[in-house]
Write a protein that binds this ligand. Structure first.
Ligand code: FMN
Length: 212
């Protein structure tokens, strides 16, 4: 896989790379990836995120077994027919298989976000724990994914932990003031990955007013 590519090339080939070799990623490479994450824009520059780099086998197994179970529950009812070869069907199958081997990824990057109420919820209606500050954390996550791709590291954004977030927070000793926004399994990619397949931006764009 090419490294240090042009940024447009990086973005247009940044697939969800779920086929990962077990080889360890050097710590300085991971540090560089996380540093790129911190360069992202975030509200008031409060930088409301923390990263947990999980290399520990038992903790990866804990995540993997809960993740696989959550994927099974989520998709068992609408698994595509074995004859369905559409991009969506293939994607679901690959994502399901990933659940069974995600614990073999050399590293999981767990991105945590400070819990913070959206402005749109009045103070007197704020009950229980606030959600993590997603809008200020997703740009950071995107930078992490881009930095992985630029360095020839496979990564995929996952959010299925939401089903077992409390258990995962406990396993990783995350304080209540933070929630988990994403878990990004990373590793050197195995297999081939083509460019992303997306609708053309011109189909999604209007000028000055929404036009059907
Ligand atoms: C908010 C969000 C949550 C996602 N959660 C998962 C997930 O839990 N598991 C997974 O395998 N992929 C997850 N993905 C990856 C998408 O499935 C993937 O980007 C999409 O299918 C397009 O595939 P491509 O990026 O390879 O073109 C998530 C992506 C986003 C943006």
């Amino acid at each position: 896989m090419k490294v240090n590519q042009d940024v447009f090339d990086v973005m247009s080939t940044m697939r969800a790379m779920r086929g990962l070799k077990p080889d360890k990623i050097p710590e300085e490479v991971i540090r560089k990836i996380l540093e790129a994450g911190t360069w992202a824009p975030n509200g008031q520059n409060l930088q409301p995120y923390r990263f947990i780099v999980v290399n520990d086998t038992e903790k990866k197994k804990f995540f993997g077994s809960h993740y696989a179970e959550a994927m099974r529950i989520r998709f068992s009812k609408n698994m595509p027919d074995a004859t369905d070869n559409s991009a969506n069907a293939r994607n679901i199958r690959v994502a399901m298989k990933f659940g069974d081997k995600v614990h073999d990824a050399p590293t999981l990057i767990v991105v945590c976000g400070l819990r913070d109420w959206p402005f749109s919820i009045p103070e007197d209606q704020r009950v229980g724990l606030a959600p993590p500050s997603y809008a200020s954390v997703y740009p950071c996550i995107q930078n992490i994914l881009i930095a992985c791709r630029a360095q020839g590291i496979g990564a995929s954004l996952t959010t299925m932990h939401q089903v077992f977030e409390q258990d995962l927070c406990k396993c990783l000793s995350i304080p209540q003031s933070y929630g988990i926004v994403a878990v990004i399994p990373i590793g050197y990619p195995s297999g081939k990955f083509g460019p992303v397949g997306r609708r053309d931006a011109s189909e999604l764009t209007y000028y000055d007013t929404w036009t059907e």
